[in-house]
Design a protein around this ligand. Structure first.
Ligand code: SAM
Ligand code: SF4
Ligand code: F3S
Length: 446
């Protein structure tokens, strides 16, 4: 009998990358992927712990699966990811329906754990931080991701310990994968059809790999990828402002493939709040990076993450965040109300009145969304380079992205997939652009 696995992924791109690699791994023991709950012999939930009631969401989801399988044979239930790492044994105690709990640094053991459980039916828990073994193992399993735009994790974990953040506890200390291991995986992805590679890390620009007294940094990886003939675009995320070093900024002068959108989370526009958050940089330093990059290439744009209502944030601090948005005109940004995370320094601090935080979030989002709508509107009538990723669910339209990651939806034939085409933008909304393929391109790809 063919065994089927259903994988559901919450959280950041690194979880998406991990889910893909988990699938590449379990294939070796005979699993196929299914997107139907009811067909699954194994159900894996890759979880995120960054905000809100992450833990409760997991139990809710497991409850849903339980209902689906009430009158059928139960699948093996695996909880992976950051909630698994944070809660470990507790999850097995609280929800006996769960069979296996596995943390992000233990995925190289997943086949062993599944096979063991299938034999002895005992509960399994694997939450050691063993990043080196994880990536050594994964480098031996071919990355079969054949998407036009593919993720590639180069660095994992974080040593920065921002006071609000759970990542250093769930992903462990910073670890940078060997340079050559990454380049080999990038080659595999390109051979499988990737035209864009997005380098990932919780602190991607802290990447530092030392061999024979030579340090390899993110800048070296980007320059190496620039020489890949079949690759069209390169991006990296998520960066920390403190690690925007000169060598990285200089890549923007040389690279032909590095895209002109920099995702650089700032969290707050107030130095007082940045200090309380333990962000290790000031707004002046952030703006220096902004100005340096703009002077290298004025077309570079910024996107960011904001935390609203961090303990002790007052109207004056919030005003400073609004002023920063006015100055930098961020696109595609994320903003969330501060959520106390168990075990972090900020979890113990006095919360801002939730009504005030909610009010501030509405104001900031209105401003960010207005900028976004204005930006998209200004592109109407223009012809943009779009990397075509796939067909839309309707089976008719195509989906692609601009150099700035904005979604573009347009009519075209499937030969365009994997190519950069010119699309004339005819209309837009906050999140997407709509357009038509330029006539000359239509003929060329027909
Ligand atoms: N390493 C990145 C950095 O330093 O900017 C961020 C990684 S974190 C996975 C992504 C975003 O989640 C953060 O930039 C922050 O805005 C948000 N975040 C993290 N912890 C949070 C919390 N406790 N409450 C609200 N938002 C949070
Ligand atoms: Fe979290 Fe700060 Fe590390 Fe980013 S730099 S992952 S926000 S602790
Ligand atoms: Fe979430 Fe873990 Fe990523 S907490 S944001 S899945 S690193």
């Amino acid at each position: 009998m063919v065994k089927k696995i259903f994988i559901k992924t919450f959280g950041c791109q690194m979880n998406e990358y991990d889910s893909n690699r988990i699938f590449d791994t379990v294939k070796e023991i005979g699993f196929e992927k299914t997107d139907k709950y009811e067909d699954a012999n194994c159900y894996l939930l890759n979880t995120c712990h960054i905000r809100d009631k992450a833990k409760e969401k997991v139990y809710h989801e497991i409850g849903r699966v339980k209902k689906i399988f009430r009158s059928k044979e139960k699948p093996i239930i695996i909880v992976a990811g950051c909630v698994a790492q944070a809660e470990n044994q507790e999850m097995l105690k609280r929800e006996p329906y769960i069979d296996i709990v596995i943390g992000p640094q233990s995925y190289h053991k997943i086949n062993e754990v599944i096979l063991k459980h299938s034999n002895d039916k005992k509960k399994e828990e694997e939450t050691e931080f063993d990043t080196i073994s994880k990536f050594n193992y994964l480098s031996k399993i071919k990355n079969k991701d054949s998407k036009v735009s593919s993720f590639l994790t180069i660095q994992e974990g974080c040593d920065k310990f921002c006071h609000f953040c759970v990542v250093p506890y769930t992903r462990g200390p910073e670890y940078s994968r060997p340079f050559q291991q990454i380049i080999n995986e990038a080659k595999e992805l390109v051979e499988a059809g990737a035209k864009e590679i997005i380098l990932l890390g919780q602190n991607v620009n802290a990447y530092s790999y030392n061999v024979q007294n030579t340090e390899f940094r993110l800048s070296d990886l980007l320059l190496e990828l620039d020489s890949f003939d079949q690759l069209e675009r390169v991006r990296y995320t998520t960066s920390h402002p403190k690690d925007m070093t000169e060598d990285l900024l200089n890549v923007y002068k040389q690279s032909t493939k590095l895209m002109p959108l920099v995702h650089l989370p700032v969290q707050s526009g107030s130095n007082k709040i940045l200090k309380l958050m333990n962000r290790k940089h000031t707004i002046e330093e952030y703006l220096k990076v902004y100005e340096n990059l703009k002077s290298i290439n004025p077309k570079i744009e910024f996107s960011s993450d904001f935390i609203i209502g961090y303990p002790d944030e007052n109207e004056e601090d919030f005003k400073k965040t609004m002023e920063l948005i006015e100055k930098v005109k961020f696109t595609n940004s994320y903003s969330f109300i501060f959520s106390p995370r168990p075990g972090t320094v900020a979890a113990e601090l006095k919360l801002v009145d939730p009504k005030k935080s909610k009010g501030r979030l509405e104001i900031i989002q209105k401003k960010l969304f207005k900028n976004q709508i204005k930006k998209n509107k200004s592109l109407e009538g223009k012809v943009l380079n779009v990397l075509v990723e796939n067909k839309m669910k309707d089976g008719i339209k195509l989906f692609g992205r601009t150099e700035y990651m904005t979604s573009v939806i347009f009519d075209g034939n499937i030969d365009c997939i994997g190519k950069i085409v010119q699309v004339e933008i005819t209309s837009s909304n906050q999140n997407s652009l709509f357009g038509k393929l330029q006539e000359s391109i239509k003929k060329k790809v027909a």
